[in-house]
Design a protein around this ligand. Structure first.
Ligand code: ADP
Ligand code: MG
Length: 319
């Protein structure tokens, strides 16, 4: 099987929502009048973003999920993606399982693979995703204002607990480890939430590097500070299996959950509670935006706590 057979067999599918899909020098798409394109890319590298023994079907789902999550955080409706793949060798069982996971996730969100690139090299999976939204309605990181409430979706920390277990920092009971593995391997992109937050949220992003580190990005770009109440942050039940300091690290600084963190004016409070109900998704008020330029962590009696861990920075670790 050569490169062209590989593409035709594993990746070429009818591109429903494109004018021209895989096969030419470029794909063609149309954007509705009054809409903007939202474009994002995310790359997963073996040994850095996923473990070498990662299940290829889950990997196919995950690489697309993390890209979808970026569009969710913009409030965009995803439509198209490209796949650039470096493979160490022609491995058909791997390709079969990987493409199955990838297209399962694509199908759930009704998006089409419209192109990419394929080469030989250390296993690297790069996706570029694009979607659209009504002009001017994107959820930016720069829109938070002092007085806004800070919210997060879902319980946090499950993915980080899985990483702690797999890297030997903790030993979790096998049923707990399995559930946390699912959160790490198969994150659920909050597309519907992102779409519904248009007109409600003042700023948003997806939590890929840990709540505190990601909230810092909103603060930087919005020129504000934030307070987060430690006891308000929702974490997955299974984190009770961790000692307290690791539990806190998991839900405050653990990446890979791909939930959304967003800010909204207090007069949107009721609308957000109603949205949580309607989407059957946990949306929790965890703090507020204040003047300043830092993120403060507060204890139950609103006293500041030291922040001793940091979000994940790929260049902070030498490989
Ligand atoms: P070019 O030589 O113009 O870069 P390629 O031979 O790399 O074209 O690719 C041929 C076609 O297959 C193009 O339409 C390209 O977008 C698509 N393609 C290549 N690799 C992939 C992939 N991994 N997934 C999806 N489409 C791909
Ligand atoms: Mg090419």
């Amino acid at each position: 099987m050569n490169e062209f057979d590989l593409i035709a067999h594993y990746f070429k599918r009818p591109a429903k929502n494109a004018d021209l899909g895989i096969g030419d020098d470029a794909a063609l798409v149309s954007v509705a009048a009054g809409h903007q394109l939202a474009i994002s890319a995310d790359m997963l590298v073996e040994g850095r973003h996923f473990f070498s023994d990662a299940d290829p079907e889950r990997l196919g789902r995950k690489v697309l999920a993390v890209n979808l999550s970026d569009l969710a955080a913009m409030g965009a409706k995803p439509s198209w993606f490209t796949l650039s793949l470096a493979l160490p060798k022609m491995d058909e069982p791997w390709l079969e399982a990987f493409s199955r996971g990838l297209f399962a996730m694509a199908g759930e969100h009704d998006i089409s693979l419209i192109g990419g690139d394929t080469t030989c090299g250390p296993l690297t999976i790069a996706i570029q995703i694009a979607g659209s939204l009504p002009r001017g309605q994107a959820l930016l990181r720069s829109g938070a204002r002092a007085g806004d409430e800070v919210w997060v979706s879902g319980p946090l920390g499950g993915a980080a607990a899985a990483v702690m277990h797999r890297t030997g920092r903790v030993k979790l009971p096998s049923d707990v480890a399995e559930r946390c593995d699912l959160r790490l391997d198969v994150p659920v992109p909050r597309i519907e939430l992102g779409l519904r937050l248009r007109g409600i949220a003042s700023a948003a992003l997806d939590i890929s590097d840990g709540l505190l580190a990601d909230l810092r990005h909103i603060c930087e770009q919005s020129a504000c500070g934030a307070e987060v109440r430690l006891d308000a942050v929702p974490f997955v039940e299974d984190l009770h299996a961790l000692p307290e300091h690791l539990r806190q690290e998991a839900f405050l600084a653990g990446g890979d959950d791909y939930e959304l963190c967003f800010t909204a004016a207090p007069d949107q409070h009721k609308a957000i509670i109603a949205l949580a109900d309607e989407l059957e998704l946990g949306l929790t008020l965890v703090g507020k935006i204040i003047q300043g330029n830092t993120v403060h962590l507060l204890d139950a009696s609103r006293q500041p706590l030291p922040i001793i861990f940091h979000g994940f920075d790929h260049f902070a670790y030498e490989s």
